[in-house]
Design a protein around this ligand. Structure first.
Ligand code: ABN
Length: 166
């Protein structure tokens, strides 16, 4: 029974494809399987969720920080909106849309880096709503915006409400 089935399968295989073709398919399968673990995968949704009702600027779940990626300047000698003394504001920023629980409206919020001092290291905040991985460069925020400044070292990030989004 087993012999007959195996024989039938081998005959069909011999009739439908060449050995070289089969080896090529097997090779493709092996290379594909090996590449899977290194493919970029979006993990942005797994990061800290912002809370539309949170108003404490030193907390990562502050509603305005929904697309934040960086150290909160409010924990680094500055505030939620002002760079700490001795740092300079970056010339470019990242923009996100966050909902303010007070009025239920969506606001355009800019995230701007403070530059010229080494990394603050306190209150790391990776909320990242709407962010995409690095292969979608235009909507990726894991970037040191100080690269546009003379002083390129990154210290912390502030956020400003730019306007109403809806
Ligand atoms: N925009 C904050 C930041 C700075 C350096 C590296 C990654 C993210």
């Amino acid at each position: 029974m087993w012999d007959t089935q195996t024989q039938g399968f081998t005959r069909r295989l011999a009739l439908t494809g060449s050995r070289r073709g089969m080896l090529a398919r097997l090779g493709t399968l092996l290379v594909g399987a090996a590449a899977l673990p290194v493919l970029p995968i979006s993990r942005s949704r797994a990061a800290n969720a912002s809370n539309p009702n949170q108003v404490d600027a030193t907390k990562c779940d502050y509603w305005k920080y929904c697309s934040m990626d960086g150290f909160l300047c409010s924990c680094c000698g500055g505030s939620g909106t002002d760079c700490p003394p001795g740092t300079q504001i970056s010339k470019v920023s990242w923009v996100g849309t966050c909902r303010d629980g007070k009025d239920g409206r969506n606001y355009l919020v800019s995230y701007t880096d403070c530059c010229g001092r080494s990394s603050c290291g306190a209150c790391n905040c990776n909320a990242n709503v709407g962010e995409r991985p690095g292969y979608e460069m235009g909507v990726h925020n894991d970037i040191n915006w100080c690269i546009a400044n003379g002083e390129t070292s990154y210290h912390c990030t502030i956020s400003l409400v730019v306007g109403v989004a809806d």
